[in-house]
Design a protein around this ligand. Structure first.
Ligand code: FAD
Length: 501
């Protein structure tokens, strides 16, 4: 076993995963985190007895039957945790009260959609056919692309052979484009609203499939508890975390990374450095910006970023039971409003009443998430009064809209909290406050294969955050942490091993 040291930047899920796998494989690891908490984007905050969750809506691999489950077990993240599942992924309500429920079960979904709009049979059947086709599919957890031999590539292609055409079609089509194939405006709006019109259709299918298997639930206690479980696993494996320890730069000598320098000037020697933070900041701030792989350069210059969001959270002295069945709901505003520079015609609402640990008895957390314009919020960076006023305006507009749909809502509000893209940027350092990464162009894979986790011209430094696994998300982040340790083991001639607590 190796005695080598690894310095890991960032205690988000990717950094903690890298730490866990490093410890499992005999490396001596230390994680340096600028915040005083683990989790990064996978977080929650408590206000007056209400826990506002800032991340997990669904955790792919929350139950056996999905390949990610075993990985979450290795990280000690799911053992003994209750998972809350929903039958309806997203519900969309029209002005006239007609309701479209995006059931995860393709049979129920097909019957429901056809009952709403028999003339849309063709795109309905195609959508449900795709969901059924991938019913037993889960993301392969195996070797990183960097370590795959030609034979491994062939084996993977053979495994996916039945799905290649569908994967291609689903990646090329956005939700918005597919929605245009529907004559019924409610079905079209429901598909556009569910995960964003800009998202490839594959995102919806790969969300519904594990949900149907009840393997994409919400872990009781929420996102920060989930991150804390991985933190506990890491420290139980002998790993060390230093909080409030912002890394200022990666130290290098003769083309090799040799350690880190913290903001307070402390230097840390290490055989390897893993950066599990924002890719742009790693390349341009922690390093000098001169070296990057073509995939990094291309994506940073012209990749299309997921839009950031504003999350409005309410602690309310009531439970909206009408929202129990679904993960969330969209409904049109009686009068569209201009909010933070955007014309907003739809509102989203989600209740966390399913997890009683998040609010006092008889109360619940209700949230709304709106797509945000980064440039708008960025302009307010130095203008605190206007920034605060915009947050108040958004919160009031949301409260009014939810009150119009669920009368009495406003009177029950005890706490209001608004997180903007600047909030996400401030707490995690992610570029433009985004919470996912790039919406990859359909031909990215054909042209570039995958985003590289190494940097040309600089050895012994590895990239492990969600930014190396577009579009991002917790499974990608955890896999990135696992894969860089697999790469280190291969480099050091050690067999990669995993354990479960
Ligand atoms: C509102 C919202 C909803 C989401 N919903 C889901 C969902 O339902 N399912 C899902 O799978 N994913 C979801 N995600 C996405 C998921 O949270 C992220 O993809 C994932 O957490 C990214 O993990 P990461 O470790 O790669 O990066 P991060 O979480 O960004 O971690 C990076 C860490 O590095 C630290 N850091 C940065 N710079 C430095 C430095 N210089 N020195 C030291 N430390 C530093 C940061 O403080 C941070 O802790 C959601 C995210 C948000 C915000």
């Amino acid at each position: 076993m190796s005695e080598k040291t690894i310095a890991i930047i960032g205690a988000g899920v990717a950094g903690l995963a890298a730490g866990c796998y490093g410890q499992m494989n005999g490396y001596k690891t230390q994680v340096f985190e600028s915040h005083n908490l683990p989790g990064g984007l996978c977080t929650a905050w408590t206000r007056q007895g209400y826990t506002f969750d800032g991340c997990i809506h669904w955790l792919t691999g929350s139950a056996p039957g999905d390949s990610m489950f075993s990985l979450w077990e290795e990280l000690g993240a799911v053992q003994g945790k209750t998972m809350y599942d929903h039958d309806v992924f997203w519900r969309t309500v029209a002005t006239d009260g007609r309701t479209f429920s995006l059931y995860a079960d393709p049979d129920r979904l097909e019957a429901h959609m056809k009952a709403l709009s028999p003339t849309d049979s063709e795109p309905i059947e195609q959508l449900c056919k795709w969901i059924r086709q991938f019913a037993t599919f889960s993301m392969p957890v195996g070797k990183p692309r960097e370590l795959m031999s030609a034979l491994d590539g062939l084996k993977l292609a053979f495994r996916l052979r039945r799905h290649l055409k569908a994967l291609n079609d689903l990646s090329k089509t956005t939700m918005g484009d597919y929605a245009k194939r529907f004559k019924d405006p409610l079905l079209a709006a429901g598909l556009s609203e569910a995960i964003g019109a800009y998202t490839p259709l594959i995102g919806l299918v790969m969300t519904l499939v594990p949900m149907f298997r009840k393997a994409a639930g919400f872990p009781a206690g929420g996102s920060l508890d989930f991150a804390r479980a991985i933190e506990a696993r890491y420290t139980s494996l002998g790993g060390e975390i230093r909080y409030s320890a912002r890394v200022a730069r990666i130290l290098e000598r003769d083309g090799n990374a040799v350690g880190l320098e913290l903001e307070d000037g402390t230097q840390i020697d290490a055989d390897y450095v893993i950066s599990a933070t924002d890719l742009r900041a790693t390349l341009h701030s922690l390093l000098d910006g001169t070296r990057q792989h073509e995939t990094h350069r291309m994506l940073l210059q012209s990749g299309k970023l997921y839009p950031p969001c504003v999350q409005i959270s309410f602690g309310v002295k009531r439970v909206i039971h009408e929202l129990d069945e679904c993960l969330g709901e969209s409904f049109p505003l009686v009068r569209p409003v201009k909010l933070a520079g955007d014309d907003v015609g739809w509102m989203t609402v989600k209740s966390y009443a399913f997890d009683p640990s998040l609010a006092p008895e008889g109360c619940s957390v209700v949230t709304s998430i709106l797509t945000a314009d980064w440039e708008f919020w960025n302009r307010l960076r130095e203008d605190r009064p206007t920034y605060t006023a915009e947050k108040d305006t958004i919160a009031a507009a949301c409260a009014n809209a939810i009150d119009a749909r669920y009368p009495g809502f406003k009177d029950a509000i005890e706490v209001t909290d608004v997180a903007t893209p600047l909030t996400f940027e401030r707490y995690t350092g992610n570029w433009k406050g985004t919470f996912m990464t790039w919406l990859l162009a359909p031909d990215f894979q054909r042209k570039y294969g995958y985003v590289r986790k190494t940097i040309p011209g600089l050895d012994n430094v590895y990239l492990a955050s969600m930014w190396t696994v577009p579009p991002g998300g917790l499974p990608g982040a955890a896999m990135a942490g696992r894969e860089v340790v697999q790469m280190l083991c291969a480099k050091d001639g050690n067999r990669f091993v995993t354990t479960k607590p």
